[in-house]
Write a protein that binds this ligand. Structure first.
Ligand SMILES: [Zn+2]
Ligand SMILES: [Zn+2]
Length: 397
């Protein structure tokens, strides 16, 4: 990259830092739950208007889509998508900071306040450069990342990837495991699909001393859990990361009471759609065979969540080399696969994308908490790296 442009960019990032920090602290103090981000939408819309960026509000109710076009761009020219998510979580904030959440029980504990502020900052700088941009930019501020079916899937249904076409797309996510100033990337498979498993088991309850007169739902449940784990481990293709975990087993009998029903909940995660469908079928068949064996009823419901997220190799490589050039090689980290899920995956199923991580860990010795923790917070110096990295993403070939 032209060193003059990089220097100018860095200066502009420094100049708007206090403003972007102000955005973040306002949004952090005023969080809204998934699909209820009306005030956040107004905030984003007002900022875009102030910058001069034309945009559409109320896309899937609370989303905002802005367009940055230079005088040399045609209306049909494919554009680069940059995405931020707007929603907060139902968590009571435990931090004592000046920008603490003013809404009891709602908190930006996943850093979406950071993502939105960064995209507003990057939008301002990109708008200033609009006549030098290789492609027009579509700014996508989407609602409801934290709640199924995911704001991304609704935005796609509303046509956000069309008119003009989005030919590639970038998004970032805060990452407290990396210190502020660093970014992390992963080519190819990156995050898992995520399905909820709900089992309702019906047997026949009775006296614990007379098990022969009962159909014990605990036995059916225990057999399901153990055999499901074995079955998935045995059938999973070795090259496809797969996780099956159970986190809840409730059967409210007693030492001498066999209950009539039990409930089990778990999660199934993987990175391949065919295997995902096959695994669902294997679990269905297992539930049926256990029902038959015990003459009880194992009712299995699998609630399908987000698909797996795959990063374009080419885009991610190009993004990485521009990060290395501008942020320094030591500040660009290769990340391993993660079995968590993210609704950005819906975009990755449609077009080439690169979803990367922004280091937000404190560098001054303060303790770092994971996302979704009531003490989660970010080192705000990371906002600078965030704005710079989103501008670089928009310029990536
Ligand atoms: Zn989250
Ligand atoms: Zn998140």
């Amino acid at each position: 990259m032209n060193p003059e442009i990089v220097l100018k960019l860095r200066n502009r990032v420094d100049e708007i830092f206090e403003k972007v920090k102000g955005y973040r602290e306002y949004l952090h103090a005023n969080p809204e739950l998934s699909f209820q981000e009306f005030n956040t939408m107004n905030f984003v819309s007002e900022r875009l208007t102030k910058i001069g960026i034309p945009h559409e509000r109320n896309v899937t109710e609370t989303g905002v889509v802005g367009m940055i076009r230079g005088s040399h761009h045609s209306l049909e020219q494919p554009c680069v998508g940059l995405r931020a998510d707007l929603d907060a979580l139902p968590i009571l904030e435990a931090n004592e900071v000046t920008y603490k959440s003013k809404v009891d029980g709602v908190m930006h504990a996943c850093g979406h306040d950071v993502h939105t502020s960064i995209l507003l900052g990057a939008a301002e700088l990109l708008f200033e450069m609009k006549d030098q941009l290789p492609n027009p930019i579509k700014l996508i501020f989407q609602p409801g990342e934290e709640m199924h079916p995911g704001g991304a899937s609704l935005m796609i249904e509303e046509g956000v990837l069309e008119n003009p076409k989005v030919s590639k797309m970038f998004g970032l996510h805060v990452f407290p495991e990396l210190p502020a100033g660093k970014v992390g990337l992963k080519e190819g498979l990156y995050m898992a699909s995520s399905d909820e498993i709900h089992l309702q088991i019906q047997g026949v309850g009775g006296h614990g001393a007379l098990p022969e007169k009962c159909i014990n739902p605990l036995m059916m449940g225990a057999e399901f859990v153990l055999r499901a784990k074995e079955l998935i481990a045995e059938k999973a293709p070795t090259e496809i990361p797969t996780v099956l975990s159970f986190g809840r087993f409730e059967a409210l009998g007693s030492t001498n009471v066999i209950p009539s029903s039990a409930e089990i909940k778990g999660t199934f995660r993987t990175m391949n759609e065919e295997w995902r469908a096959e695994a669902h079928q294997l679990l269905e068949t297992l539930a049926e065979s256990i029902s038959l064996k015990y003459s009880g009823n194992v009712n299995l419901k699998i609630s399908k969540g987000y698909p797996f997220l795959v990063n374009s190799t080419e885009l991610t490589r190009n993004l990485k080399s521009s990060f290395q050039e501008v942020l320094g090689e030591n500040n660009v980290i290769d990340l391993p696969i993660r079995m968590t899920a993210e609704d950005f995956a819906f975009y990755s199923q449609q077009i080439p994308v690169s979803f990367f991580r922004l280091g937000t860990g404190f560098t001054d010795g303060r303790q770092n908490y994971s996302v979704h923790h009531p003490n989660f917070d970010v080192d705000e110096a990371s906002l600078k790296t965030g704005v710079l990295s989103m501008v670089l993403a928009a310029l990536t070939i």
